[in-house]
Design a protein around this ligand. Structure first.
Ligand code: GRF
Length: 195
């Protein structure tokens, strides 16, 4: 059994794929789903999919980012996941957190890093790709270190941008790839093939 924690902030479609392709088959066990937003639809998905996965909502409230991340780090040091999976988690983790879980945190980014780094509510990689006239788009799965979207790349998958693509079609294509490859990478890490 390979225990993981999944961190979300919103929709949770990647979480859903991880439940179906990693947790339900059995070898990987989601020991908790952390959300920094009590309204995240991903929390509803957890309750609908498998009531034995505990949702763990921890909002930042009046805490500083440092205080918030320290509290989260301490919670993770108690539950001891072997891997922390960021799946649409909107907070930038502090170096204190990323150093405490060196090579134990992965993230999925909806673009071909190092291009289109970024985060925050207004970040939209699909819009950027169209505005920049990019010929291709894709996904990046990477280890997380103290540099935002800068950790070592584990896997990228790409596809051509077509003349009739829109933000919506690009988002759908990106999500389709994410839902295949993020669970695949997690299973390979659990098996020890990716270290
Ligand atoms: C995904 O596109 C992922 O690449 C990015 O945030 C999005 C989360 O989507 N980090 P969802 O919440 O899993 O549907």
């Amino acid at each position: 059994m390979f225990p993981i924690s999944v961190f979300i902030s919103g929709n949770g479609s990647n979480l859903q794929a991880i439940i179906e392709k990693c947790h339900n088959p059995g070898y990987v066990k989601i020991i908790n789903v952390v959300s920094d937003n009590n309204k995240a639809y991903g929390i509803t998905r957890v309750k609908q999919a498998d009531t034995s996965i505990p949702p763990f909502v921890m909002e930042q409230g009046r805490m500083s980012r440092q205080e918030y991340c320290r509290k989260l780090m301490k919670a993770m040091q108690v539950t001891e996941p072997k891997l922390i999976v960021l799946a649409g988690f909107m907070k930038v983790l502090t170096p204190e957190f990323t150093n405490a879980f060196h090579r134990k945190i992965i993230n999925i980014h909806p673009a071909l890093l190092p291009k289109h780094k970024g985060g925050g509510p207004s970040f939209n990689s699909h819009r950027n790709v169209l505005q920049w006239g990019e010929k291709e788009h894709g996904i990046t799965i990477h280890w997380v270190n103290e540099e935002l979207d800068g950790g070592p790349i584990i896997l990228q998958r790409r596809f051509p941008v077509m003349s009739d693509d829109t933000e919506e079609t690009l988002e759908k294509k990106v999500h389709n790839l994410e839902h295949i490859w993020y669970p695949w990478v997690i299973n390979r890490i659990a098996e020890g093939y990716i270290t």
